[in-house]
Design a protein around this ligand. Structure first.
Ligand code: DGL
Length: 261
């Protein structure tokens, strides 16, 4: 079984990609809904949550862990690997490398939570893969919460998104990196804004390919899905069709469970 987690619903975009790439694998998804959003919290707090969630999933039989959250990866993936040296651990990082490689204008922008935006890990990623490219980092406070509350489709929010994206396009960015897994679910708002001027870069499929490479025995199973949340687990299942992932609900076995961690 593969354990996948995020602060809330965002990691479902990664879960969906993994479920497509590894159709037989049993999957456990944990949303830390009692503590979402992570993006405005301290690294120490996030590290504590990641340690507790990793222990919880490992105790439930997960043989690989996927940190389906850029914020948690930036703050805590190193510690998680040290804590579970026997398990493959896959993190999610903003797609700076593919964006920089593909950019013709040599200007890219990264949309991220406040925490990821100021992280050393993102700075190192840019230094390693985008030295010859101008990289603009755009923190987007409140966006993950919009997805979380399934209230991304109101005109006021669309206008706020447009106001953030327009200056990036005007400055010539031709790749816009979705540096938070929640932002995949904002594609219906973002795609029309950038069409013809830039492309959105989402790493969910690349993360799924990495899982395919590393899963080994964790890839086996009957294609079951177990859902866990640290608050309101039933909301997690209800969110699947609302986010266009109704097909995942068919894999679910049992009721979504409350994780008391
Ligand atoms: N989905 C997460 C990420 O990829 C975190 C969003 C949040 O909780 O602030 O960064």
């Amino acid at each position: 079984m593969i354990g996948i987690f995020d602060s809330g619903l965002g990691g479902l975009s990664v879960l969906a990609a993994i479920a497509r790439a590894l159709p037989r694998a049993d999957l456990a998804y944990l949303a830390d809904t009692a503590h979402v959003p992570y993006g405005s919290k301290s690294d120490g707090f996030i590290r504590g949550r990641v340690a507790a969630i990793g222990d919880h999933l490992a105790a439930r039989g997960c043989r690989m862990l996927v940190v389906a959250c850029n914020t948690a990866t930036a703050a805590a993936v190193g510690e998680l690997r040290e804590r579970h040296p026997q398990l493959p651990v896959v993190g999610v990082e903003p797609g700076v490398k593919p964006a920089a490689a593909a950019s013709r204008s040599r200007r890219i922008a990264v949309l991220a939570t406040e925490s990821t935006a100021k992280s050393e890990r993102l700075a190192r990623l840019i230094a390693a893969h985008a030295q010859d490219v101008a990289v603009h980092i755009e923190p987007c406070p409140g966006w993950a919460t919009r997805v979380e509350t399934l209230h991304a489709d109101d005109p006021g929010f669309s206008a706020e998104v447009a106001a953030r994206i327009e200056p990036l396009l005007a400055a010539g960015a031709d790749r816009i990196v979705l540096g938070c897994t929640h932002y995949s679910f904002l594609t219906p708002i973002l795609a029309p804004l950038v069409t013809g001027r830039a492309e959105l870069v989402d790493v969910a499929d690349a993360v799924a390919r990495q899982c395919l490479r590393l899963a080994g025995p964790a890839a086996g199973g009957d294609g079951r899905l177990h859902l866990y949340a640290t608050a309101q687990p039933e909301r997690l299942r209800a969110a699947l069709p609302a986010l266009g992932l109704g097909w995942l609900a068919e894999r679910e076995r049992g009721q979504p469970a409350l994780a008391r961690i």
